[in-house]
Design a protein around this ligand. Sequence first.
Ligand code: CTP
Length: 413
Amino acid sequence: MLSDNKKIASGVPSYFPLEGRTIILGVSGGIAAYKAAGYARELGRLGARIIPVMTRNAENFITPLTFAALTGEKVHTRTFDMEDAHEIPHISLAREADLMLFMPATANIIAKAAAGIADDLLSTLYLAYSGPAVFCPAMNPVMYQHFATRNNLDILRKRGHMVADAEQGDTACGERGPGRLASWEHIRETVIRSLTLQNLQGMKVLVTAGPTRERVDPVRFVSNRSSGRMGYAVAAEAWRRGACVTLVTGPCSISPPKGVRTILVESAADMARAVQSEAETADIVIMAAAVADYTPESVQETKIKKSSEQLVLVLKRTHDILAGLLQNRRQGQVIVGFCAETGNLKERALEKIRKKPVDLLVANDVSEPGSGFDVETNRVLLLDRDHNVQRLPLLAKEEVAVRIVDRVSALLD
Ligand code: CTP
């Protein structure tokens, strides 16, 4: 577990979603075992304690010493280990675990788990364990697409386990197709989702994020400094809670979160169209985007030349998407607004919630150090329907997202 000193490096809070969790890492025999070693280290950096359990075949690809060095834990390989003769490892390990992560998962361990065969330590451990499990298949594409493997993965899904589907690409056996171990981001998100309370399961959540770009001529636009981080973190958190998430995003340089359906838009008008259509079926709408309030009255078809000393750009108001949503709000739909200010935050946020009566308003002062644009942290006020104000401390944007989604979930109760 990470100490408090490590948690706050140089005054900037970081976010450790797996803090204090114990994960049994089941490594079975495939070449992707070497990638699993790197991912195990990353999971440890997110705060998890990783206890590796390797099959005999896995030891043909990578040594237990590698996993021991990267996790700082003893690596378990045999059902009856004479060193710990007083303990039955499959029972004691099963009691300690919050999650069993099969990475990589071969067709063989997937089949054994689906059928309940217990003929070595890893498969026995699975039968002696009753918590959440994540399977990360990696194998030859023909084996992966074989009816038997697909059927076995379906059995595991129906049992409530999660699968980080293998990805397309060149596999170590020289074939092309699905079978490569999922990416680190995909596995990380699936692990976090499997350990998160699924209190938004079945909910359709629409999130907007990022800036919009308003075209001036073919080479120029008017925009703002939003990085999209806050909205992307909210979308990721809603997905971790089991929601079906659509992210409508303006141009951002960061990658959209895994599992989230993403609609890329450019201007405020594009965003308005996408949001209006998606909001019709959304249970929750979270408007984190920094939508342009003004757009050029007309877009020049050719590049504006520097012919005069001054250039006057005439801008017109854009449609206020959030105001429109509030007017046409469906019964029971929860709507969250954001409010970016520079000074007098509480007063201005109260003014905004009176004008736009959202269920929750997230307000921040973008001129404050550590808050707002292009930083990884934020300090926000949360205002509810009754105008009660909750002040959150400076937190990582991912943690602010957890607090926002907590408040949204409470509104559904
Ligand atoms: N918003 C919107 N459509 C716009 C402008 C803003 O939907 N054309 C939404 C934002 O996504 C945010 C909320 O309205 O959720 C508040 O945005 P903000 O820019 O802080 O305030 P405005 O209402 O635009 O007012 P002002 O800029 O005058 O503070």
